[in-house]
Design a protein around this ligand. Structure first.
Ligand SMILES: [Fe+2]
Length: 270
């Protein structure tokens, strides 16, 4: 499996703080069946910033450590770019903020809202040859409440990545139900871990594939962690997908205050 969204590099964002913690994350991913990870530290002007040489240096250092311990896993450079006005100036084809220096980039919105004109803004990157992939829309309250707008953006060329732990329910029932809804609509292009640590946010794609298979079938579920992410890191077009109409998920009202609190806590942490 190929994981195109993982905070695997130490010391660059809210992922691992040390090389040892990064290696723990690599071990967990390898044990789950992952053979390639795109390192996607947050890039958020004023909060998390890094240069091209800095991320290459970090990827090379981690690869050397991985080879030292004999793990069969490859790390590629990338980023998770916070949607902001500065994006247009910072993102370039082949630059350090795209996935494996290619045409695809991972776009992250804040958990609760999206800026006005978000769709036009993202779609404008297509004219420059860049393809936006929205990171975990199922964890954004605005997208959850505006499924038609998200579907329309996908019809126009935006791609979607959902998070494995959303399918397992660990981000709450609302994110889980919306992730399943997006799968049913045939709008999901890739499942990724968004792993941050081996303990708190572990990379576990295989369990998500099993759950996705119940919705879209085994072959399509596996493509979301194999063929599709391979196309992304090689800069090739993704297979055409025919969206289907589905009624939005019924809002489940949890009476469990702990689940509500957990949902809020996870949502507030990207
Ligand atoms: Fe992330």
């Amino acid at each position: 499996m190929i994981d195109i969204h993982c905070h695997i590099l130490p010391g660059l964002d809210d992922g691992p703080e040390s090389l040892d913690e990064s290696l723990d994350l690599c071990r967990a991913a390898a044990a789950d069946g992952v053979t390639c990870i795109v390192a996607t530290p947050h890039y958020k002007p004023g909060t998390f910033e890094f240069t091209g040489p800095r991320i290459i240096e970090a990827v090379n250092a981690l690869m050397a450590a991985i080879q030292n311990i004999g793990l069969d896993i490859r790390i590629l450079p990338g980023a998770e770019v916070t949607v902001s006005p500065e994006m247009a100036a910072n993102l370039k084809m082949g630059g350090h903020l795209t996935l494996n220096h290619g045409r695809y980039f991972l776009a992250e919105f804040s958990p609760l809202s999206v800026p006005a004109g978000w769709d036009t803004f993202l779609l404008s990157f297509l004219d420059a040859g860049l393809t936006p992939i929205i990171a975990h829309p199922e964890r954004n309250a605005w997208f959850v409440n505006h499924p038609d707008a998200l579907a329309a953006a996908v019809q126009s060329g935006v791609k979607l990545q959902i998070t494995a732990m959303s399918l397992t329910g660990e981000f709450g029932f609302e994110s889980r139900d919306y992730a399943i809804h997006l799968l049913k609509q045939n709008l999901v292009h890739v499942i990724a871990s968004d792993g941050h640590s081996a303990d708190f946010r572990p990379p576990k794609l295989s369990e998500a594939v099993r759950l996705a298979a119940d919705v879209v079938g085994r072959q399509q579920a596996e493509a979301l962690v194999t063929a599709n992410p391979l196309a992304i890191i090689e800069g090739r077009p993704l297979p055409a997908m025919e969206p289907t109409q589905q009624a939005p998920p019924t809002k489940t009202q949890s009476t469990n205050w702990f689940n509500r609190l957990r949902n809020f806590t996870f949502a507030a942490t990207t």
